[in-house]
Design a protein around this ligand. Sequence first.
Ligand code: GDP
Ligand code: ZN
Length: 293
Amino acid sequence: MSKYAHGQIVKALAGFYYVDTGEELYRCRARGIFKKDGVTPLVGDFVSISVQDEEEGVVESIESRRNAFIRPPVANVDIFVVTVSTAEPEPSLELTDRFLVTAELAEAEACLCINKDDLLPAQAKRIAAVYEGLYPTVIMTALTGDGVPELKALIAGKSAAFAGASGVGKTSLIALLTGEEALETGDVSEKTGRGRHTTRHVEIFKLEDGTRVYDTPGFTSFETAAAADLTDANIDALFPEFEEYLGKCRYADCMHENEPDCAVLAALESRGIKRSRYESYFKLLQTKKELQW
Ligand code: GDP
Ligand code: ZN
């Protein structure tokens, strides 16, 4: 007798996929057919499994994905928490915008987490002002836990992945979110046994409110946005505040570089578009052109 169940891959380790059905955690092998078809199950995949016994099963099929990434290898990110620090390392708005664009390309939501408010609060306010009205933003201090409830509210009920330069505090934030919950549920052995800091596997942690957090230090570089995605995309459509000006330039194919009667350049002059955001757009456009050559 074989029984079927539905769940999400929450961990991939040593050729096994750990599937959480909401009631049980099954250690699964993948059907050979996946390999033949060049499909690799990813952490975050929603799958159907056939159950062998109380602990083991076989991944039979994978549901279509909202998005998928190569490095780190995860699928179905609902929201990216784009993380930047006020100092140590010094914030880069260009890198921040690249991560936001990555989220737009993946058709995921994005929010902004400005960490290390303790070091340079004036810098936090300056960054927040750039993104006001564009992306939900939280200013916080992972070191003290300040702002954690606000961060939790931004990602509540979603599958959230952190993205940001090395050193901005992603690991600290993930530990705050998942560690606290593990302690709250009293499951200390699981918390200490998972070896987050010693192994490099990706894992999803479920918080009590249903939020899922991808525990991965990855998403530190622009590799997440596949070059192919970028060459196909209309770069101007990846900047939400450009939208109201698109289609209003003199030329239908305006790239908003130096063309006459460009609505985007006019908005830049009248400060409807922030200069740092325009500069990020401009750089990304050059990157796209280089890829096409
Ligand atoms: P990651 O590389 O993005 O994962 O960053 P980590 O979480 O490893 O943090 C890098 C360093 O910044 C560590 O030494 C943390 O203790 C420190 N750090 C993290 N959050 C804060 C914060 O809010 N304030 C300060 N001053 N330091 C922090
Ligand atoms: Zn234009």
